[in-house]
Design a protein around this ligand. Structure first.
Ligand SMILES: [Zn+2]
Length: 236
């Protein structure tokens, strides 16, 4: 089965990517209590992989429920995976690496999707925060930064894993703001950037316009795609 490659923003840091072979990859699923999520948990009837960047409710909130509903494999750090198993009853065989999870620097393959865990600078209830580089079957590569401040080795990440689409937080307060995120785009050098983690709460940046302007000035070759929750971007 060959599918259009699609990136759907479901509010905050929650994205659903459909791969070239029709795999559904959920990143940081948060539905319950997410004021910007336009769907209900029942609306997701298929998922193959669920990635969790860190153990905060606004990123991990619905990971286990969706995994149990769909049979998807959960990718997370060992300590977070362990909480999912002990506190929420996630089955061992639904955690990557035979129930162990993975950690920063590692790469796993799940159903033809290559997932590399990267560092992030933030906090987490269990384990430590991370980001993900995801290479799908046709080679297209996504970077979900998770929640993080700016860090210099984004440049090396972009060199090792040429990035087609970067999903970057711009909301400030808990993560990069538009100025830092624009610098991140300079370092990562993706083809496309999609801003996230803004507007969800009153104390986050409300509008992405400042970020869009910075990219137009500093990296005019990078396409900035501003989605509204529920909207999807189809890769060329
Ligand atoms: Zn967050």
């Amino acid at each position: 089965m060959v599918s259009e490659v699609k990136v759907k923003w479901l509010g905050h840091a929650f994205f659903a990517v459909t791969s070239s072979q029709g795999r559904v990859i959920l990143m940081d699923p948060w539905i319950e209590g997410n004021p910007s999520c336009p769907i209900k948990a029942q609306d997701i009837d298929k998922a193959d992989v669920i990635m969790v960047s860190h153990d905060h409710f606004d990123h991990a909130g619905d990971a286990v429920r969706l995994a149990q509903n769909t049979g998807a494999m959960v990718v997370a750090q060992p300590e977070t995976a362990n909480r999912f198993k002990t506190a929420l009853g996630l089955a061992d065989n639904q955690v990557v690496n035979a129930g162990f999870g993975m950690n920063i620097g590692g790469t796993v393959e799940v159903k033809g999707i290559n997932i590399t865990m990267t560092q992030a600078f933030h906090s987490s209830e269990t384990g430590s925060p991370c980001g993900y580089i995801v290479k799908i079957e046709n080679g297209k590569t996504f970077y979900h930064a998770g929640d993080t401040g700016l860090f210099g080795t984004m440049k090396e990440l972009g060199e090792i894993y040429p990035i087609d689409v970067a999903l970057l937080p711009i909301g400030g307060c808990f993560t990069m703001d538009p100025v830092q995120a624009a610098k991140a785009v300079e370092l990562l050098n993706p083809k496309v950037v999609i801003p996230m983690h803004f507007k969800t709460f009153p104390f986050l940046v409300q509008e992405p316009g400042g970020f869009v302007n910075l990219i137009q000035n500093k990296k005019p070759g990078v396409k900035t795609i501003v989605l509204t929750p529920g909207q999807e971007y189809i890769l060329e």
